[in-house]
Design a protein around this ligand. Structure first.
Ligand SMILES: Nc1ncnc2c1ncn2[C@@H]1O[C@H](COP(=O)(O)OP(=O)(O)OP(=O)(O)O)[C@@H](O)[C@H]1O
Ligand SMILES: Nc1ncnc2c1ncn2[C@@H]1O[C@H](COP(=O)(O)OP(=O)(O)OP(=O)(O)O)[C@@H](O)[C@H]1O
Ligand SMILES: [Mg+2]
Ligand SMILES: [Mg+2]
Lengths: 224, 224
C-alpha cells in the first residue's frame, strides 16, 4: 500500500543544506500497524509528511496504492489527503479560532457531509477520546493532552484507510495513552493501516512491527 | 521556598466556568527535585503557570521565598520571573522569527548581559542539549524534540534558582530524554530547585518525590 524507494529529503537554509532523509526504503502493507522509532531529529516527521502527501521528496519514489505520488496532479493529491489519509501532527495544528467540535468537523466538510450529520459525528468521536465535556472550548482553552486528543479525533473522523500518527501519545498520561492505543488497535482490527511514530517502547509493542530511523536512514534492529 | 494554600483556579468561558484547581495545598523546599504527575486535564500546567508567576489564582495564597505573591507589584513579579524562575513550557513558546541562538539569549538580555557574552552562553547551553549544529535554525526548521530542547536551554541559561519544567521530555526519545534528565539532576545537585511535570514514570523516578494531581486536587499515593 505504501512503498518508498531511495527516498531523499534535503532542506535548504540559505547556503546550508540539511539532509533529513538520505535514501529511505520501506514497504508498508495494507492492514499493518507499524511503529516508527528513532532519536530526536532522525527524520521521522519528515518521512511522515512525505507519506501523508504534505511535502515532496528531493529524490526517490513514493508509490501509494501502486501509483507514483510524485506524478499525481494537485487535485488528485488533495483528494487522497482528504479521503484516504488521516494525519495526527506532532504539533497538533488545530485552528485556534474554531472550537474543537468545528475543528474536528473539517475533514467531513471536505467530504461534503451535511452540517447536522457532521456535528453528530464530531460529538461521537470527541466523546470517544474523552472530550465530550469540552465541545465548546477552543484549542487554547484546553490542556496539552486534550489538544493532542482533538488532533487524533480529527484524524480518524472520516474513517481514512491510512492513519499516520506522529507521536500521538507524547502529551498523555499512561491511562489516556492506553485509551488512544485501544482506539488505534480497534481501527487496525477493522482493516485500517496505521503508521505511528512513537518514542515510547510500551506503545511500540502494540504495533505489529517497528521500523527504526537513525540519521535519515532505516536501521535494522533496536537502537536507542 | 514554594508554599501554596487552598489554591483555586477557575477559567471562565462565557457562562460556563471550568474549575481547574479546586484547593491545592503543597510545600516545596529549597533544593528539592519534585515530579508532578496526573491524568491529562487534571490541572498540572495550570498549577505550573501560577507557580511561575505567569498566571494568578482565583483564590488561595502563594508564598514564594516567604513573600505573598498576590501582593507583589508588577515589576517585582517580572524581576522574579526573569531572574529566579526558568520555565519550560509544554508548548515550547519559542519566538518563530528568531533563530534558536537568539531565542535562548532572551533571558540574558533581560539580565542586561552584553551581546558577546550572551552569544557565548547561548552557544554553550545549546551544545549542552545537543543542538550546537543547529544554531542558525529557526524553530520551524527543527524537529519537535529539537524545539523542546531549545525551550529547555532557554529555561536554564541564566542559572535560575527554581526550574519549572512542564513535560520536558514528552517529545524526546529515551536517550535524549535521559540526557535532559542528567542536566536537571546535575543542576539539582548544585542546589537548584526543580519542579517537573511528567507523564513518564521512569522520569518521575529521578525526582526525590512525586506529587499527584487528579481533577484539580492533590492526591496521596500513586494514581493512573
Ligand atoms: N524546515 C526545515 N529546515 C531545515 N531543517 C529541518 C527542517 N525541518 C526539519 N529539519 C531538520 O531535519 C532533521 C529531521 O527532522 P524531523 O522533524 O524529521 O525529525 P524527527 O525524527 O521527527 O525528530 P523528533 O523525534 O525530535 O520529532 C532534523 O535534524 C531537523 O533539524
Ligand atoms: N484557558 C482555559 N479556559 C478554559 N479551560 C481551560 C483553559 N486552560 C485549561 N483549561 C481546562 O483546565 C483543565 C486543566 O488544564 P491543564 O492544562 O492544567 O491540565 P494538565 O494537567 O496540564 O493536562 P495535560 O497533562 O493534558 O497537559 C483542563 O480540563 C482544561 O480543559
Ligand atoms: Mg518529529
Ligand atoms: Mg499540561
Amino acid at each position: 500500500i505504501i512503498e518508498v524507494n531511495n527516498l531523499e529529503k534535503e532542506y535548504k537554509l540559505g547556503k546550508v543544506s540539511v539532509p533529513a532523509l538520505k535514501g529511505v526504503n520501506t514497504k508498508i502493507y495494507s492492514g499493518e500497524f507499524v511503529a516508527i522509532m528513532g532519536p530526536s531529529g532522525s527524520g521521522k516527521s519528515t518521512l511522515m509528511h512525505i507519506l501523508g502527501c504534505l511535502d515532496t521528496a528531493t529524490a526517490g519514489d513514493y508509490f501509494l496504492n501502486g501509483e507514483e505520488v510524485s506524478k499525481m496532479k494537485k487535485n488528485q493529491l488533495a483528494a487522497i489527503r482528504n479521503k484516504e489519509i488521516g494525519f495526527v501532527f506532532q504539533t497538533f495544528n488545530l485552528l485556534p479560532h474554531l472550537n474543537i467540535s468545528k475543528n474536528v468537523e473539517l475533514p467531513l466538510m471536505y467530504a461534503g457531509m451535511h452540517k447536522s450529520e457532521r456535528k453528530k459525528q464530531a460529538v461521537k468521536v470527541l466523546q470517544e477520546v474523552g472530550l465530550g465535556n469540552r465541545l465548546q472550548h477552543k484549542p487554547n482553552e484546553l490542556s496539552g493532552g486534550q489538544r493532542q486528543r482533538v488532533a487524533i479525533a480529527r484524524a480518524i473522523i472520516n474513517n481514512p484507510s491510512i492513519i499516520l500518527a506522529d507521536e500521538p501519545t507524547g502529551n498523555l498520561d499512561t491511562t489516556s495513552g492506553n485509551d488512544i492505543l485501544s482506539i488505534f488497535t480497534e481501527l487496525n482490527k477493522l482493516g485500517h493501516t496505521i503508521v505511528m511514530v512513537t518514542h515510547d517502547p510500551v506503545v511500540a509493542k502494540k504495533a505489529s512491527r517497528v521500523v527504526y530511523i537513525v540519521d535519515g536512514l532505516i536501521k535494522d534492529g533496536a537502537v536507542d
